[in-house]
Ligand binder design. Structure first.
Ligand code: UT7
Length: 327
């Protein structure tokens, strides 16, 4: 049994938060942010009508439209996110309920920025098992709901977005995910976490002015982790599939920071024209980033059938994931 991407979709809020807007809120500048991150603006939700649920729902609705399918055609919805409005029900359950997937299954995957790639890998495996025929996969975060905008170390980086793909069973077993890796190292999760209670906060971080429920990040530590992990994960995937960068149509990297992506391009020898970048316009949208890139590339006809493409992400947990697909 193979797996086909029948359609993709994405959703971003209308409201733009530019670097100049941020420089009026904290001590920073457009020049610093562009140089250190590659970001010029990001999208942020209007909390009165948008959030993680609406972004992921709209992304999946568009993916279904692109596939010419309806919610009732899906057996399961999986949403990668770490900004759920409620811990229960899951975002996936609410989407399934609204889009008519009932009584199909629904669950969220929490792997921070790796969420979409985690969800794609799980969905591919479930369809290959023969137990599911069609799965709606979403990845999306409303990071603006967990960002302290007084803190320049986090506020400049993140934006809100969601991406989605509808996966269906295909008789050609060569189609779908041909290599996947799901990884984690929870021995030290402190570089990036979202605490709810003081009990979980490490002693050394108890004075942190960032409120409970908001994201805390040691940017330098995450940066070091990301640079080495990206390289390793991409090299592992190339080795396992016996592919070279020239064989791939696209390498879709989590839009974490332009310098992290550029280091992967340089260290692994990826052709820059095959590494899509939209961080300048959307910032780092956590679990939204890879799915948003996939949808933009898909609609532009840049993920051709028959040629492999790779998706790769890392995030809090710490987590990482890769997924090589023949579409
Ligand atoms: O998706 C996964 C989640 N996270 C990531 O991928 C984040 C990975 N890390 C990063 O992207 C970068 O570490 C940041 C963009 C967060 C920070 O960039 P950096 O180059 O690592 O800066 P830094 O933290 O080492 O700070 C350098 C200097 C410091 O000043 P001094 O000590 O050299 O005087 C900071 O206080 O820049 C200062 N600084 C700022 N200045 C203006 C830190 N943030 C800002 C800011 N505006 N927003």
């Amino acid at each position: 049994m193979g797996v086909r991407i029948a359609g993709t979709g994405s959703a971003v809020p209308e409201r733009r938060l530019t670097n100049d807007d941020l420089s009026r809120m904290v001590e920073t500048s457009d020049e610093w942010i562009v140089q250190r991150t590659g970001i010029r603006e990001r999208r942020v939700c209007d909390p009165s009508r948008e959030g993680t649920f609406t972004l992921n729902r709209d992304a999946l609705r568009r993916a279904l439209e692109a596939a010419g399918m309806q919610g009732s055609d899906l057996d399961l919805v999986i949403v990668g996110t770490c900004t759920q409005e409620m811990s229960c029900p899951s975002v996936a359950c609410r989407i399934a309920g609204e889009l008519g997937v009932t009584p199909g299954g629904a669950f969220d995957v929490v792997a921070a920025c790796s969420g979409f790639v985690y969800a794609m890998n799980v969905a591919d495996s479930l369809i290959r098992s023969g137990r599911f025929r069609s799965i709606g996969v979403c990845g999306g975060d409303a990071m603006s709901t967990i960002i302290d905008y007084q803190e320049r170390s986090v506020s400049i980086l993140f934006g809100d977005a969601a991406g989605a793909a509808v996966l269906v069973a295909d008789p050609d077993p060569r189609r779908g995910c041909i290599h996947q890796q799901l990884g984690s190292d929870g021995r030290d999760w402190t570089p990036l976490y979202i605490p709810r209670r003081l009990q979980e906060v490490p002693e050394a971080d108890r004075d942190n002015p960032i409120r409970m429920g908001n994201l805390r990040m040691n940017g330098r530590e995450v940066f070091k982790f990301a640079v080495s992990r990206f390289r390793q994960v991409i090299e592992d995937a190339l080795q396992a599939t016996q592919l070279t960068p020239a064989d791939l149509s696209q390498v879709i990297c989590h839009q974490s920071n332009i310098r992290i992506i550029e280091s992967a391009i340089e260290k692994v020898g990826l052709p820059p024209e095959k590494v899509y970048i939209n961080i300048d316009r959307f910032g780092n949208s956590s679990a939204g980033s890879v799915g948003l890139c996939l949808d933009q590339l898909w609609r532009a006809g840049k993920v051709p059938a028959g040629k492999p493409m790779m998706m790769v992400a890392f995030g809090g947990g710490m987590t990482w994931a890769s997924s090589v697909w023949t579409v």
